[in-house]
Design a protein around this ligand. Structure first.
Ligand code: 0CN
Ligand code: SF4
Length: 321
């Protein structure tokens, strides 16, 4: 099929995973940019995409936010917001040195990992971070400590190849948006190789990542295809695709918008699973469902809810005073 309604009497059932989409950290980060625009007027600079979603970034640009990669691209007389993923300590230090107004939109659950890493470092530990090289959260977390204080592992193989100082106790921390199952295996390897390693009871994967993965597991097996709405640079969204594939739906894919849907791919698809990463707004889910309604004669939507969420984070004081 290629154009709208060429299917002739075809029905589609949509299984909508719940929870999906925005988490409390993303809600807060976006609100921080909006409040900063209200308080300081435009332009407000934002270092890195506030969350990994083009639609969100473009909506904020339309309100007067200017997105940059690095702090030195901002004029010193305008406020700057740091993204939800966190920043190395050197970034707020540089902002202070330049006497800039800055607002930190780092998710409190990422900041918690920063503080725990600092705590282990103060106790004399070397820290093993489980995460994806180059991801801004990993860059931010590693940047809480001096160079060489942390080692990064991405896989079980990395654990066995790991070279750590033998005169220090070990502790671990993790990125917040990893695959729960993969991290369990990496952690088991770490604990097997270093039985005394210190760290949190489970890992640092956040509630939103955990709940969205559990929800997509529930729909994957019953779906002929799963669409995860999210961006290619969104770690938590990409993990939802991995999890859906592992849990019985090889035809799982990441799409950013309805226009990315390849309708030719729908051959034999009677049940479509839909979820969205923590940085993908619900309006994009609605857009995909409405595109499906345009292409099928009958669409039935069934929401499969595996958890209720009621997490809320406070805004920084600078924006509430
Ligand atoms: O997609 P995000 O902006 O970030 P990652 O999943 O790539 O870390 O979602 C918000 C999560 C955070 C922090
Ligand atoms: Fe915070 Fe988790 Fe949301 Fe990231 S995905 S912003 S860590 S709640």
């Amino acid at each position: 099929m290629s154009g709208p309604k060429e299917t002739g009497g075809e029905c589609l059932t949509i299984l909508l995973a719940g929870p999906r989409g925005f988490c409390a950290g993303v809600d807060r980060a976006i609100l921080i940019v909006e409040r900063a625009l209200e308080k300081f007027g435009a332009p407000v600079y934002v270092r890195h995409e506030i969350v990994h979603n083009r639609f969100v970034v473009e909506s904020l640009e339309a309100k007067g936010a200017v997105f940059v990669d690095e702090l030195d691209q901002c004029p010193t007389d305008r406020p700057v917001v740091f993204s939800a993923h966190g920043v190395p300590k050197s970034v707020p230090e540089a902002a202070e040195a330049r006497e800039m107004i800055y607002v930190d939109a780092t998710c409190p659950l990422v900041s918690k990992v920063h503080r725990e890493s600092e705590h282990h470092h103060r106790k004399g530990c070397h820290i093993v971070l489980i995460g994806h090289a180059g991801h801004p959260e990993v860059v931010g977390t590693m940047g809480q400590l001096p160079d060489g204080a942390m080692s990064l592992v991405e896989t079980v193989a990395d654990v066995y190849a790991l070279d750590v100082p033998d005169d220090k106790p070990l502790a671990f921390a993790t990125q917040t948006t990893l695959s729960v199952d993969e991290t369990r295996d990496i952690l088991a390897a770490l604990r097997e190789r270093f039985p005394d390693i210190r760290g949190p009871k489970k890992e640092d994967i956040c509630y939103a990542t955990t709940n969205r993965q559990a929800a997509v597991k529930e729909i994957a097996q019953d779906s002929d295809m799963v669409m995860v709405i999210g961006a290619p640079n969104s770690s938590n969204s990409r993990r939802l695709v991995d999890v859906a594939r592992e849990y019985g739906c090889p035809k799982a894919q990441l799409i950013q918008r309805a226009k990315d849907i390849d309708w030719d791919d729908f051959d034999g698809v009677k049940t479509l699973g839909i979820t969205a990463g923590a940085s993908a707004p619900e309006v994009l889910v609605d857009e995909v469902i409405s595109a499906c309604r345009d292409h099928f004669d009958q669409v039935t939507v069934r929401e499969v809810v595996t958890a209720e969420e009621n997490v809320e984070f406070k805004l920084p004081r600078l924006l509430t005073a």
